[in-house]
Design a protein. Structure first.
Length: 313
């Protein structure tokens, strides 16, 4: 019998169920006096079983295989018991049996964690506290994670308790090599993947925060900025290719208003109003923050709007 405080494992023979001159071995879990049994699916000759040593006598390949199998079962049960205690669970014999058989309700997988995280993001989106673009980014990262575990682990999902500390580092390497993403793009996806592990740890689905095992490293790039005279030169340049002219106009409009592309794209005539100075202003909620802002229209943005509207402003 292997004992750890009030937790013990006993392997015993069921003498009343002899089959082909062999008896089945059963594993009994005892926690605080409560018992649960698991079939080992192993059979031995009764004379070859050492009840005190809890193993098969002899050095035959069959004896070695059975003993190895029994030790593996004990090891797995001890691991489950230690993990559940670490998670603050009140461990019972029935709980350990279910953990071993993989039928417990509270075991979560990596896909469970991601689906839960994305669902939370969607709820924030419905309340207009998060943009659809942000939610889509998490969905996209989830697709990369699923591709990664399918390639590396040869499975479609993996239990959180089975994930190694090197998982996030390996995922980052996968994004940079197999997926051929740029460093900063890869790091953003790794950062979003870490959010799933942080959530899982806070909800006590895993005993340690795997996000702590990897630090994202971004390449700091100094953005190229146009000087004001360069911006005016760009605005006045004659461009004969329509799509390039439209891209230039959109860029210039964003520069003079401070709007991001997603905000500029969704502007309509309903966003225009006359301010206290009787000049044209724009009033719109920012997509990212959902905060309302009023922006005065300067001459160049007005010229751009006039260029794409049927009537002048």
């Amino acid at each position: 019998m292997i004992t750890n405080q009030n937790f013990s494992i006993l392997i015993w023979t069921k003498k009343g169920r002899i089959k082909n001159d062999k008896v089945p071995l059963s594993l009994r879990i005892t926690v605080n006096g409560q018992r649960a049994e698991i079939s080992t699916n192993q059979y031995v000759e009764l004379s070859h079983w050492a009840s005190k040593a809890q193993k098969v006598i002899g050095r035959s390949p069959e004896a070695k295989d059975i003993n190895k199998h029994l030790e593996a079962m004990k090891s797995v049960l001890h691991s489950h018991q230690s993990r559940l205690i670490t998670l603050g669970k009140i461990v019972t014999a029935h709980m350990l049996k279910n953990e071993y058989l993989g039928i417990t309700d509270d075991r979560k997988s990596l896909c469970d964690a991601f689906n839960f995280l994305i669902e939370r993001k969607k709820q924030l989106q419905k309340k207009k506290k998060l943009s659809k673009t942000t939610v889509d980014k998490y969905k996209n990262t989830f697709e990369y994670v699923k591709s990664f575990i399918k390639k590396n682990e040869k499975v479609n999902d993996i239990q959180l308790s089975d994930i190694k500390p090197s998982f996030i580092e390996d995922f980052a390497h996968y994004l940079l090599t197999e997926s051929d993403l740029g460093n900063n793009t890869a790091m953003k996806k790794v950062d979003q993947a870490k959010s799933a592990f942080i959530l899982a740890h806070k909800r006590r689905w895993i005993s340690r925060n795997l996000a702590d095992f990897y630090q994202c490293s971004f390449n700091e790039k100094e953005p190229t900025r146009l000087e004001i005279d360069e911006l005016y030169t760009l605005c006045s340049k004659e461009i004969n290719i329509l799509r390039i002219a439209q891209a230039r106009d959109c860029y210039a409009f964003m520069c003079f208003t401070g709007y991001a592309y997603i905000d500029a794209k969704k502007l309509t005539s309903e966003n225009l109003f006359r301010g206290p100075d009787m000049k044209l202003w724009i009033k719109k909620n920012r997509e990212k923050t959902d905060t309302s802002e009023c922006v005065p229209l300067l001459p160049i943005p007005i010229d751009i709007l006039n260029k794409y509207t049927a009537r002048g402003l």
